[in-house]
Design a binder for this molecule. Structure first.
Ligand SMILES: Nc1ncnc2c1ncn2[C@@H]1O[C@H](COP(=O)(O)OP(=O)(O)OP(=O)(O)O)[C@@H](O)[C@H]1O
Length: 642
């Protein structure tokens, strides 16, 4: 066993010698097994080691241990919960009903004795030691006894009772010292501690609002009687970790407490990024942090720290506040990441002629249901400049990252106009298809804005139904007056979605459906339109192949050709969707995956209808007031998020 040398496995061999001495001890079995297994990497050539391993692995106890482990795991997964906390009293009542009448006094006394939870089972197993006639009663009592233990566990009565406050607690220093006893439970204390650099004192750094402790700024003097003088926070954590049951803190109120309380903010924000504390190595305490997804609404209840704010996630039911990265922290993090656009070339989508007669393809003519002015409508020159804009916007996004935006509750009144529904998505994903279905389903409720164009009217077209036909001069004036949400040129003609056209639909009391490139959403991002942005996302490629087998796709740049989707089209659609989601995802209120078109349509319709219900909707605060609240200004500024 005394193998000495510089080989990597040396210490393992020595470890094995130690293990062999203790081979009979159950507790060492697992350790030995894992160490021996590691040792095999280096010593499988040694006969002795091999024999040792073999004999150990064949040991019945090892197998039993694994079996126990598996059972425990299975049991753990089932998460058993008590059906009720009064099983024993029910059983006793039943016993009374059935048996109790006419029992001798000795039996009654015995019954009292052995129905205690801690009554030893051994006493009941020796049949000869007790009256034969009473044996069924013993059996019953044994069960009752077990049920009492069960009830104690169900009521968690096994936890120690709080020790009474020492009589001299307040006498010690009436003004400034208080002793707090807390029972350690599974619920986090809701506090983090740190060393105050200026005074050297250990202080409660953060107390989560709604958590067990809520006295931020207090100074910790003792934990379970152990003085914390000159100790570092990491020395204190083991003290807390190893304390069983009652944990006693001696706390001196911090001087800045009132000041800090007054700084509590009541700001609501929408998160514009996902946050998972389990994947964040820098969070001060993972259990004290709050996970959220992009789009979740958070109530910021503490923003006095530059790095970690305290927030509640609305709708999570716990009401507990926890740590979330501050705006500044998230911005710094994003800034440290390399902007992807600088290193990854984007796929350029081929142009699709905007002038295709949609009605001819679908057989359905609805005012304004022309092919969209979205990505696919650009000439190759326009595409190049669009690509450059895309790059610059990605770099801009990295410099000015999306963090949080202040939101306020909005209750729609019956007299209020419907919100504008903005549909975005990669070309060919089915935005027009969904729009068309909505309009057909309720033409009196849904409407689409009629685009403007400078091209000649064709024979089968009507003014105000297919297009508003205007002169170049008129169109350019409208451009100068910022009347277009989106416009472009194709084959020498202007085409555009006009704000007045959108307003006309809304003024008719209809829900206006608008599809634009997400970069244009800013033109309608106002309290007047209150846009509700729906991102239509393609499903996985397998589902695209399956669902679009018979779909026709307008494909040719120079003509009005229609063809089936190709594999390349699908890949491009998915690429574009990813790009749109990463760049404009912070603007999306809803994401609908358009796999099965009927299901996507139902989901969209239900969602849009919900906007008319009296339920609260969270909208950007900027829509409802001209300036951000004082509280939000204290958190950060609102600029540059759209
Ligand atoms: N879920 C779906 N299943 C099968 N076919 C679909 C589905 N969604 C859309 N389609 C079909 O795919 C084709 C393209 O759809 P649509 O014209 O609505 O796309 P789009 O997103 O509006 O494209 P563009 O931006 O280029 O105008 C149409 O023939 C449409 O009927």
């Amino acid at each position: 066993m005394g193998h000495v040398g510089n080989r990597p496995g040396q210490h393992l061999v020595e470890g094995k010698g130690l293990m062999m001495q203790r081979r009979t001890e159950d507790r060492g079995v697992c350790k030995r097994l894992s160490a021996a297994m590691s040792a095999t990497e280096f010593h499988t050539d040694r006969e002795e080691d091999y024999r040792f391993l073999h004999s150990m692995l064949m040991e019945k106890k090892v197998h039993l241990l694994f079996k126990i482990h598996e059972r425990l795991k299975r049991f753990e997964m089932r998460r058993p919960v008590p059906v009720q906390e009064r099983a024993a009293s029910l059983a006793s009542q039943l016993a009374e009903e059935l048996l109790y009448h006419g029992w001798r006094d000795e039996v009654k006394e015995l019954l009292t004795l052995i129905s205690k939870p801690h009554f030893k089972m051994d006493c009941l197993t020796g049949k000869n030691e007790v009256d034969e006639q009473m044996f069924p009663i013993f059996t019953f009592l044994l069960v009752t006894s077990l049920l009492r233990t069960h009830d104690s566990v169900a009521k968690r009565e096994f936890e120690p009772a709080l020790p009474p406050l020492p009589d001299d607690a307040m006498e010690e220093d009436e003004e400034s010292v208080k002793i707090v006893s807390l029972v350690k439970t599974k619920e986090p204390l809701g506090a983090t501690i740190k060393k105050d650099e200026s005074t050297g004192a250990i202080v409660v750094a953060r107390i989560m609002r709604g958590g067990s402790a809520d006295k931020s700024g207090d100074e910790l003097k003792e934990v379970n009687g152990v003085s914390l003088e000159h100790r570092k926070p990491k020395e204190i954590l083991p003290l807390l970790a190893c304390s069983e049951g009652a944990v006693k803190f001696k706390i001196i109120p911090g001087s800045t407490k009132e000041e800090m309380t007054s700084r509590v903010t009541k700001v609501f924000v929408r998160a514009l990024f996902d946050y998972d504390p389990t994947e964040d190595p820098t969070v001060p305490c993972k259990d004290a942090a709050v996970a959220f997804k992009r789009g979740d609404v958070l109530q910021i209840v503490g923003a006095d720290d530059d790095t970690w704010w305290q927030a509640r996630r609305l709708g999570d039911g716990s009401g507990r506040a926890g740590l979330v990265p501050s705006k500044q922290l998230h911005e710094k993090r994003v800034a440290l990441q390399r902007p992807r656009a600088l290193f990854k070339l984007q796929n350029i989508k081929p142009a699709v002629p905007e002038d295709v007669d949609y009605g001819a393809i679908t057989g359905i003519r609805i005012a304004g249901l022309r092919r969209s002015f979205r990505l696919g409508r650009k000439s190759s020159r326009a595409r190049k400049s669009a690509q450059l804009r895309r790059w610059s916007s990605e770099i801009h996004g990295a410099i000015c990252p999306r963090t949080y935006v202040e939101v306020v509750p909005y209750h729609k009144e019956p007299k209020d106009r419907h919100r504008l529904i903005v549909l975005v998505g990669p070309s060919g994903v089915g935005v027009n298809e969904l729009k068309r279905r909505l309009v057909i389903s309720e033409p009196d409720r849904y409407g689409v804005s009629v685009p403007y164009t400078t091209r000649e009217k064709r024979r089968q077209e009507s003014e105000g139904l297919d297009y508003h036909f205007v002169s170049v001069k008129e169109f350019e004036e409208l451009i100068l007056n910022h009347r277009f949400v989106e416009y472009g040129q194709y084959r020498g003609n202007y085409y555009g979605s006009n704000l007045d056209s959108v307003q006309r639909v809304m003024a008719e009391g209809k829900v206006c459906l608008l599809d634009v490139h997400p970069s244009k959403i800013k033109h309608v991002y106002t309290s007047g339109f209150k846009p509700y942005v729906v991102f239509v996302k393609p499903p996985r490629i397998e589902e695209l192949r399956l669902t679009r087998r018979r779909a026709k796709f307008v494909c040719d740049e120079n003509s009005t050709q229609v063809r089936m989707f190709s594999e390349e089209d699908f890949e491009e659609m998915l690429d574009q969707a990813e790009m749109l989601d990463s760049r404009y995802g912070h603007l999306f209120d809803k994401v609908i995956v358009n796999g099965d078109v009927a299901a996507a349509f139902r989901e969209l319709k239900a969602d849009v209808e919900k906007l008319d219900e009296p339920e609260v909707q969270w909208v950007p605060a900027a829509w409802m007031r001209s300036a951000p609240t004082k509280a939000w200004r204290s958190c950060s500024s609102l600029t540059g998020w759209i």
